[in-house]
Ligand binder design. Sequence first.
Ligand SMILES: Cc1cc2nc3c(=O)[nH]c(=O)nc-3n(C[C@H](O)[C@H](O)[C@H](O)COP(=O)(O)OP(=O)(O)OC[C@H]3O[C@@H](n4cnc5c(N)ncnc54)[C@H](O)[C@@H]3O)c2cc1C
Length: 390
Amino acid sequence: MNNKVIIIGAGPAGLSFARSLSSLDIEITVLEQQTLKQISEPQWDGREIALTHLSVQLMKDNGSWNRLPEDGISMIKQAKVLDGDSPYTLFFDHHEANTETLGYLVPNHLIRKSIYEEVITHDKINIVCGVSVVSLSTNDKGGTVTLSNGDELSADLIVSADSRFSNTRRMMGIPAKHKDFGRTVIVSKAKHEISNDQTAFECFQYGRTMAILPLSQNESSIVITIESSKASAILAMDDDEFNLDCAKHLNNRFGKMEVITKRIAYPLVGVHADRFYANRFAIIGDAAVGMHPVTAHGFNLGLRGQNYLFEEIKQAMEKNQDIASQKVLRNYNKRHQVFTRPLYYGTNGLVQVFTNETVPGKFVRKALLRLGSNFLPLKRKIMDQLTEAS
Ligand SMILES: Cc1cc2nc3c(=O)[nH]c(=O)nc-3n(C[C@H](O)[C@H](O)[C@H](O)COP(=O)(O)OP(=O)(O)OC[C@H]3O[C@@H](n4cnc5c(N)ncnc54)[C@H](O)[C@@H]3O)c2cc1C
């Protein structure tokens, strides 16, 4: 085995890529700054990841889907988008998409655990934990990383999956556009009296956005997005106060609410790298594109991107060519950028429109919702992107 790849970051994108490569004749080293315990037994982090049909297929192909506990997978049968104080709803139903479900919800820590458990069954993958990359350089022959413990490792190709705040992307001089939304997302789980009917609700209210993601009939993930200056007040509420606040903001649609977890806050920063490669170096996952979660594309894009890079490397190997040539990396970049750019900028635009609370802004929000509902080609397009079923 001559080809070597180093992957920086054992998050869901890095591990999925390691697993994809393990079907080829490649020696893979994954470097992770967290401890082995942290990545082998990841803790609940409040994120319920909405997965498209394509992502589920990719997870089935890489062996991680079948490792998920059955009760960790929930189906989204319908989705409703509401705006401000208007009773009008943009509505999606799985029957319109000709699928059993619009998409699936799986807690992030279970995704991480299942892919980790799959990866460790493959001999070609070596995971080194508790080390971070302190420097990185590449030349025409390969790349070398220096680790926090002083070790140096070399490979034909270095791939970074070290989060949206990627240090290695910066070390390799890849420019990126950052968008700080000035908002914070607060996630928790709650039980409620009235069933959610397996429906996901996205409520663009005035002052905050709330998403209700169905886990079981009477249990949902509650996702509140709010100006960062107002987030600490929500985090400081005691549970009773928080329950009443949620019920009030949801117009008692779900009856009495009872939060059953702690609340976890994530500051909202979006990132899109100008390109996804440099000399013998590529970025995948959030290091390439870190999305605003409102359209639930982040990890779905991560899975898609790592699969593009894997396909390009596989093709090069079949032709006995260099796995890290400019051609391989440029093809990966081109295929993925074509897909990510419209989604990234489209999502940011959507957020801008649906957080605009001026009088004309409110008018535009209402008009857009009706357009989405009544102009069927647009509705179809939104649904195709939500489900990635075809
Ligand atoms: C509230 C919320 C809701 C979301 N909902 C959805 C959703 O519904 N659908 C969806 O598809 N996506 C969703 N996402 C996005 C999704 O969680 C991310 O896209 C995904 O987790 C990114 O995975 P990753 O492996 O690229 O990065 P990460 O999960 O950030 O992992 C990066 C890894 O790299 C390691 N690392 C960092 N620096 C170094 C270094 N120097 N050396 C070694 N290791 C390093 C880190 O320790 C970490 O383990 C959501 C995100 C949030 C915050």
